[in-house]
Design a protein around this ligand. Structure first.
Ligand SMILES: [Ca+2]
Length: 178
């Protein structure tokens, strides 16, 4: 009797573990978003024709490498490695904060979130620091740690969503990296 109970207990435990693994796999469909390019030492970028703004603040370009539109409203950004210090993108402006498949979104790192949904509550340190991008449930989407940045030169992935990074003397905020 004891051994039969143990057997059923083991089967039950196995089923529970399988269900847990399946749940994890289904839950693990992270949005295919990337920190694609950023500028942390900006005194001249960027012309209105590119970003329709006269901003000269630091910026972070996000790229959607997936095949579905993603609203980053509710997601978090941080310039520290601690998630609890992250800034949450407002959820009330999906028309501003949704990135189409293959599309780009520019966030202004001007430390002035009162200026709108695309302005985060921190600036980037041109001497180098960290950018963390986290999903609403706290899971990490992307992070980058960078060193000292040259004036008006951006740092970005050599190709959109790719693994390697390089300097861009001609930055491409809101557009494909090239
Ligand atoms: Ca770009």
């Amino acid at each position: 009797m004891t051994s039969s109970l143990n057997k059923f207990g083991l089967i039950g435990f196995g089923l529970l573990m399988a269900a847990g693994a399946l749940y994890f796999l289904l839950r693990n469909d992270r949005p295919e978003l990337y920190i694609n390019e950023f500028m942390a030492n900006n005194s001249a970028c960027c012309p209105n024709s590119i970003v329709q703004s006269e901003e000269l603040a630091d910026w972070i370009e996000i790229y959607n490498g997936g095949d579905v539109a993603v609203d980053i409203g509710g997601m978090y950004f941080s310039q520290k490695k601690l998630r609890r210090e992250a800034f949450q993108i407002p959820k009330k402006n999906p028309s501003l904060t949704t990135i189409e498949p293959g599309g780009f979104l520019l966030l202004w790192a001007d430390g002035d979130p009162g200026r709108g949904a695309l302005h985060v509550a921190f600036k980037l340190d041109q001497e180098g620091e960290h950018i963390g991008f986290y999903d609403e449930d706290g899971r990490t989407i992307d992070t980058i740690t960078f060193g000292s940045q040259k004036e008006n030169v951006s740092w970005g992935r050599t190709r959109d969503g790719g693994k390697s990074w390089k300097e861009f003397v001609v930055p491409t905020p809101g557009q494909t990296n090239q």
